[in-house]
Design a protein around this ligand. Structure first.
Ligand code: NCD
Ligand code: ZN
Length: 346
């Protein structure tokens, strides 16, 4: 037996799914993502959403200004029922849109302008398939008759499996997967189908939302599921399969918007993202798989080079603050008040 490592150096990682918001909050949160990650796929669910090349370009400039040098935001187009295939394709060829995001209408925060039926965007998807532009999917049905804990599994059956079958050349990232069914679907699909996994879905199951009372800061969408799903996600993330990669889904909301009679979905995990993920890889005895998940599999799927440079984490206790001031907006981070076992050095 060799001694367990106390330092780990990996190629500089990327976050393949993040919400950076806009305005004052963008200026308060972008630095956390830029501190740990070289690039990030930035979600377009602003108000109004990013549905044009011009809006994507302008938002990218605001992010670059907020994050400072050394960080590259990769932008996404927000698909609507009426978005033109030409606009999406032009954004891709102009180097503005790396990918496009499918939000089923009303599935989650900022999805009111989303797609009501994938049949409505068939021409867009065919065009994306032809030009090799990845489709990023929020995979939940919105039918209120479907139990919220089943909405991801039902989405696979009703929407995703048929889509992947009909458009086999389309690159699809099944975002923030939360179920054993999703992990199995991705593992069994062809090389064009991959998934991101968040830190929260590796750490918590649905009990965390109800531990001693209602816990709004443990609520995100897709909602955390039963323990056996969490275990399946941990297995997928640490398996070494190139189909699974890091995407935090960091989704900051002001404390007051979370702690409310109708609180927003979203967990802000950017400030301690790598510390959170590495804890899982250590617990699973899979530190040797961490670099693939965090730094190699994502670029390989997107057809981008891996980053230059490295980051190092060391075994040392780090206490996560109860609240973070994001440029005037108080936000409760994931793991608030907990002590994590690894420290990000940089
Ligand atoms: C996200 C947000 O707040 O923008 N919330 C969340 O719970 N993940 C939207 C999303 O990714 O579903
Ligand atoms: Zn998200």
């Amino acid at each position: 037996m060799t001694d367990a490592p106390t330092r780990l150096t990996i190629r500089r990682p990327d976050d393949w799914h993040v919400h950076l918001r806009d305005g004052a909050v963008l200026n308060g949160v972008a630095k956390y993502t830029a501190h740990q990650f070289a690039r990030a796929i930035v979600m377009p669910n602003l108000s109004p959403p990013v549905t044009t090349v011009e809006a994507g370009r302008a938002y990218r400039e605001r992010i670059v200004a907020a994050a400072g040098p050394g960080f590259t935001p990769l932008m996404t187009a927000y698909l609507t029922d009426s978005i033109a295939p030409d606009e999406v394709a032009r954004g891709h060829s102009d180097g503005v849109f790396t990918a496009a995001k499918l939000y089923p209408a009303h599935a989650t925060t900022g999805s009111a302008h989303g797609v009501t039926d994938v049949a409505n965007i068939r021409k867009v998807l065919e065009r994306m398939e032809a030009i090799g532009m990845p489709l990023l999917v929020h995979g939940e049905v919105t039918d209120s008759h479907v139990d919220i804990f089943d909405r991801e599994a039902v989405f696979i059956e009703r929407t995703l499996a048929p889509l992947v079958r009909d458009l086999p050349g389309l690159k699809v990232v099944f975002e923030h997967i939360t179920t054993a069914e999703a992990a199995a679907f991705v593992a069994e699909s062809g090389p064009n189908v991959a998934a991101t996994i968040t830190p929260q879905h590796l750490h918590i199951n649905r009990n965390a939302m109800f531990a001693g009372g209602i816990r709004p800061h443990m609520y995100c969408l897709p909602v955390a599921k039963r323990e056996h799903h969490r275990l399946a996600l941990r297995k997928a993330a640490t398996s070494g399969s190139a189909k699974f990669f890091l995407g935090t889904d960091s989704a900051p909301h002001a404390v007051g918007a979370k702690e409310a009679s109708c609180g927003c979905a979203g967990i802000f995990n950017a400030p301690y993202a790598l510390e959170s993920y590495i804890a899982v890889f250590e617990e699973e005895g899979a530190l040797d798989k961490f670099e693939g998940f965090a730094s190699l599999n994502g670029p390989a799927f997107y057809g981008l080079p891996v980053n230059e440079g490295t980051v190092t984490l060391e075994k040392a206790p780090v206490t996560v603050p109860d609240v973070i001031d994001a440029n005037g907006t108080p936000i409760v981070p994931f793991h608030a008040g907990e002590t994590l076992g690894w420290r990000f050095i940089g």
